[in-house]
Write a protein that binds this ligand. Structure first.
Ligand code: G1P
Length: 287
């Protein structure tokens, strides 16, 4: 039996230009949905999946992300002196108990595939997960990644989270096509709608074999002149079995303003503290 999935790679080196000027001095992954930054929601989903090791692929302007998961001695001792124990716990548990964090730099923005390749010295040749924190998957039952890890642990199946998108949006995603048995047989990065092999788009959750690193070392720059994770996966499809994972729950594209607002509304409506008041206010302004 092969190893289980112990590590997740979170590529967070991107500039976040779609949210400027908000992201001029803070990383886009630190934008909050309600009271937790996107990066923390991703780490919590990984924790639910039983993953112990978080590997951030980061860049010089992203130190706030590392700080978020580190001890903040001054803040913690102040909260302790003031007996603000619930807040203290919230501050201390940004990195869930039992998880460790490693950080590696992506020196140049050469693409998502290149970012994942930067994690090779830490991951080695083990199967691992990749999560893109922009894609918030809201699944009250558990978590998208937990289901994918379970599938791997039970059947050694590599998988990619997928959902159907409108045909005019295929050029924003990696798009897969399946054979009659449901196995992924092709994958293309950001195809134009008229040449897209299907409308089944990959969203930001992957369970990948360690062999992806050799594949990424070999691929040439693809869409947008970047080293694409999609092209690395595509080159493994003949030798490895990848399954599409049609996840439960709703995915919000928090890399876009609309998706980010929708995520805040969805989680806000469910929030124990503000949910009821928010619901009442929303019904009021919609009259
Ligand atoms: C990346 C991947 C793409 C995937 C998408 C999901 O694109 O390259 O294959 O479908 O994430 O969000 P990006 O959104 O970084 O352009």
């Amino acid at each position: 039996m092969q190893a289980s999935i112990h590590a997740v790679v979170l590529p967070v080196a991107g500039l976040g230009t779609r949210f400027l000027p908000a992201t001029k001095a803070i990383p886009k992954e630190m934008l909050p949905v309600l009271d937790k930054p996107l990066i923390q929601l991703a780490v919590e989903e990984a924790h639910k999946a039983g993953i112990k090791h978080v590997v951030l692929v980061t860049s010089a302007s992203k130190r706030a992300i590392e700080d978020h998961f580190d001890v903040n001695f001054e803040l913690e001792s102040t909260l302790e002196q003031r007996h603000k124990f619930a807040m203290l716990e919230a501050v201390r548990s940004t990195l869930p108990a039992g998880m460790t964090l490693s950080v590696v730099r992506q020196p140049k923005a050469l693409g998502l595939g290149h970012a994942v390749l930067c994690a090779q010295p830490i991951i080695g040749n083990q199967p691992f997960a990749v999560m893109l924190p922009d894609d918030l998957i809201d699944d009250v039952d558990g978590g998208c990644l937990a289901d994918m890890v379970t599938l791997y642990n039970q059947q050694q199946a590599f998988s990619l989270a997928v959902e159907d998108v409108p045909r005019d949006k295929t050029d924003k995603y990696g798009v897969v096509s399946l054979d009659a048995a449901g196995k992924i047989v092709a994958m293309v990065e950001k195809p134009k709608p008229d040449v897209a092999p299907s409308t089944l788009a990959v969203v930001g959750r992957y369970i990948l074999p360690g062999d992806i690193f050799d594949a990424l070392t070999a691929v040439k720059p693809g869409a947008g002149g970047e080293i694409q994770l999609t092209d690395g996966i595509a080159s493994l499809l003949a030798s490895h079995h990848f399954r599409p994972h049609r996840f439960k729950g709703v995915r919000y594209d928090c890399g876009s303003k609309l998706g980010y607002l929708q995520a805040n509304v969805a989680l806000g409506l469910r929030d124990a503290e503000v949910g009821q008041g928010f619901q009442a206010w929303l019904s009021d302004i919609n009259k």
